[in-house]
Design a protein around this ligand. Structure first.
Ligand code: F0G
Length: 352
C-alpha cells in the first residue's frame, strides 16, 4: 500500500475511506470491505497551540482512541462468529466495546474496578447496553478475571492484548503523519497505562519506515502517572526487571499497576529510541487545566502528555496524543466560580 492511495481516499465519501482506520485497511486487516464494522472513526483533528501539536483522539465516536482498535476487534469478532465480547476496563474501553458491540448486534460484558470509573464513561457503557460486572478490586484484578472468564466461557476478548486492537490503534500514528504531510515529528508523546498504545505506536512507526512512508523515525515518549509507574520504573533500569505496583492516581484511566502489553511496549521504546517519564498528579492536573483553557480540553490521563513534554524539556516538532475527551470525567474539572444572580440588568453590571 502506498501513501498516494491513502491520500486519495481522504477525498472519498465512502464510510470505509472516511474512517481514519480503514483508509489504511490493507495494512490493518485483510478482510472484504463489506464485512467491516465502522462507525466510522478516526479523522480526528490535529491542533497546534503554542508550538505543540495535539492529536485529539477524544474526537472519536465514543470520545476516546479506543474506537480505533475496537472497530477492528469487533469486525474480527463477527468474522469469527462470536456472539459476545468482553473486556476489563477503566472506562473508555468499556464504552467503546459497548458501542461497537451494539452496532454489530453482539452482547458486551464489561469488567470494571469498583468505584474508580469516571462518570461519563460509566454513563456511556450503561447507555449502550453492556452487561456490567463491577469487580471488588482494582483494574488489575478485573483484568486477571476477564482473562480467566473469556478463556473458560469462550467469550471473545477485546482488551488490547487482542492483537487486532493494536492493528487499529496503529492508525493514530499514521493519521498524524498524514496530517503533517508525511513530515515526521521529532516526538510523539503518549500516556502509558496498560501499554497498548505505546506498543501500537512502535509497530506503526516501524511499518511506516519499512514501507517508505517516512524517512526519519520519530521518538516515542511514553508518560505515566507517578502513582501508576511500573513501566517507568523498569525503563530506569534499562528494562532489566518487570515491575508491578499497587496503582493510585487521579487519572483513573491509567490507574494500572501491571500492564498487559509490557513486553510489546518495551520493543516499541527500543525500536524508536524512545523514553519513559513519570509525572505527578499535580503536574498532570496543571497540564489538564492548561489544555482545557486552550479551548481544547481532555481527560486527566491525556494531559500526562503535556506534563511530560514540560518535565522532559522536549524540543523540536512535538505531537501530544490526547487520548480522551474532556466530558469523560466531569468530576475532574476544578470548581469554577458560578455567580448566581437575579434576572436583572443591574446585577449583571455589578458582577462584570
Ligand atoms: N488514556 C486514556 C484516556 C485511556 O483510557 C487509557 C487506557 C490510556 C490513556 C492508556 O492507554 O492502556 O494503551 O497504555 N484505558 C484503558 C481502558 C485501560 O480500560 O479504557 P494504554
Amino acid at each position: 500500500m502506498n501513501r498516494d492511495l491513502v491520500d486519495q481516499r481522504l477525498a472519498s465519501r465512502k464510510p470505509v475511506d472516511r474512517s481514519g482506520v480503514w483508509r489504511f485497511r490493507e495494512c490493518v486487516l485483510d478482510i472484504d470491505e463489506s464485512q467491516i464494522i465502522t462507525h466510522p472513526e478516526g479523522g480526528t483533528r490535529l491542533y497546534e497551540r503554542d508550538g505543540i501539536f495535539f492529536k485529539h483522539e477524544g474526537e472519536n465516536p465514543t470520545g476516546s482512541f479506543k474506537d480505533r482498535g475496537m472497530t477492528v476487534a469487533i469486525t474480527q469478532a463477527v468474522r469469527e462468529g462470536a456472539r459476545a465480547v468482553a473486556c476489563a476496563s477503566t472506562g473508555n474501553t468499556s464504552a467503546s466495546a459497548a458501542a461497537y458491540a451494539a452496532q454489530a448486534g453482539l452482547r458486551a460484558i464489561v469488567f470494571i474496578p469498583s468505584g474508580k470509573i469516571a462518570s461519563g464513561k460509566l454513563a456511556q457503557t450503561i447507555a449502550y447496553g453492556a452487561t456490567i460486572l463491577q469487580v471488588r478490586g482494582d483494574f488489575d484484578a478485573a483484568m486477571k478475571l476477564v482473562l480467566e472468564a473469556t478463556k473458560k466461557l469462550g467469550i471473545y476478548l477485546v482488551n488490547s492484548i487482542n492483537p487486532y486492537r493494536l492493528e487499529g490503534q496503529k492508525t493514530i500514528v499514521w493519521e498524524l503523519l498524514q496530517d503533517l504531510g508525511w513530515q515526521p515529528p521529532d516526538w510523539i508523546v503518549v500516556p502509558a497505562g496498560n501499554l497498548g498504545n505505546t506498543s501500537a505506536f512502535g509497530k506503526a512507526l516501524v511499518e511506516a519506515r519499512d514501507r517508505g512512508w517516512i524517512s526519519k523515525m520519530p521518538r516515542i515518549a511514553a508518560i505515566q502517572a507517578h502513582g501508576a509507574n511500573p513501566f517507568y520504573r523498569s525503563f530506569r533500569e534499562n528494562f532489566a526487571t518487570r515491575h508491578r505496583v499497587q496503582a493510585e492516581t487521579v487519572a483513573s484511566a491509567i490507574r494500572i499497576g501491571d500492564p498487559v502489553s509490557f513486553d510489546k511496549a518495551v520493543a516499541a521504546i527500543r525500536a524508536t529510541d524512545g523514553i519513559v517519564e513519570e509525572v505527578t498528579d499535580e503536574e498532570l492536573m496543571q497540564a489538564k487545566r492548561d489544555i482545557d483553557r486552550m479551548g481544547i480540553g481532555c481527560e486527566p490521563a491525556s494531559a500526562t502528555t503535556l506534563a511530560g513534554v514540560r518535565k522532559l524539556g522536549l524540543k523540536g516538532t512535538i505531537v501530544c496524543v490526547l487520548t480522551g475527551n474532556l466530558l469523560k470525567d466531569p468530576d475532574a474539572i476544578a470548581r469554577g466560580e458560578i455567580i448566581e444572580i437575579d434576572p436583572d440588568l443591574r446585577e449583571v453590571e455589578r458582577h462584570l
